[in-house]
Unconditional design. Sequence first.
Length: 157
Amino acid sequence: MQDSDIKQNFLKSMRGITSTVNVISASANGQRHAMTATSVTSLSLDPPSMLVCINKDASLHGILSGGSNFCINVLSSLQKELAEVCSNSEEGESRFLSKSWKDLDSYIFNEDALSNIFCTLTNQIDHTSHTVFIGTVDRVINNADLKPLLYGSGGYL
């Protein structure tokens, strides 16, 4: 199988994986950054840890690689618009127009999310076009009455 065929088939197979939609948020030097991500997962319970995979071309990559703490905002089914805003090409403050963005210590988070997982960056592993950022969980806020926003088969579910 040729490399281009493998990539095409790989992309097609990834469409079959349904994932929770997250917005990763961080701030540094007075600037807030946020991006939509589905490549987010728990890593361990002892200590509670998460990993997030970020493309090296993303503006958030520079912030996290500089050592910034981050928040994983697990989006609710009511937040499709936020997911779209944080995945479009416009960056910067346009992603923070909603009044539901709040500051807590060194974190920025969206209080309307299903969950907010506040992480201190503890490790990073470079792999080709992406970096895997590992964070130890410092705090969690859950909104148990909400349902998650999911992404699969090339669209929101």
